[in-house]
Design a protein around this ligand. Sequence first.
Ligand code: GAR
Length: 222
Amino acid sequence: MLKIAVFASGRGSNLQAIIAAVKSGELPAEICLVISDREDAKALSRAEEAGIANKFIDPGRFQDQAEYEKALIAELNKAEIELIVLAGFMRILSPDFVGKYENKIINIHPSLLPAFQGLQAQKQALECGVRYSGCTVHFVDEGIDTGPIILQAVVEVSEDDGVEELADRILKEEHRIYPRAIKLIAEDRVKIEQGRVFIEDDSKAVNNVNNPGPAAVPSPQR
Ligand code: GAR
């Protein structure tokens, strides 16, 4: 069973979706650890309620980022983590950290990357006037919201949308595709070649999900 750690800074609704997918048996993974950089993160109480080990590691306690990340690494080693899942983790990990866990860190971002990287992606989308936005699950590399794309889902933008309405609709899709992306990794079906993700035997994945929907956009097939 794939051992995962979830890093989250806030509300933790993606964490909750992953917990639900594990509980239902749909996602063959074990959430061994939830780490937050914020003591008041709802993600921590969600983990506690689900009986998952959870830890607030205060970045302010360390003299620099390298020391902070050493503490993260110690926890990850202790729990023998195989995949780090960033779910609303609002800190940038150093190139050293990312290099140590090459292709072992994934992130979800509320836009169709590479559009609207960085903060307030939904607001950026509205201001740009795009007709479609969505969300992206991707491997984390040294850039910000870059790295090979695993899955995306498309959301239509309405002219009446405010940031919250759009964010809510995108979030629903996040909850659907994040567990699915982790499942693909757990099943060892995600391969990276020259910066692109190829999903092995994706026809099976589509048949296996409850509601793949026309909006699910798998990466190109080999
Ligand atoms: C999600 O919308 C996620 O895509 C976003 O933060 C939110 C966390 O919600 N992440 C980023 O913007 C990262 N660049 P959650 O705490 O309820 O899962």
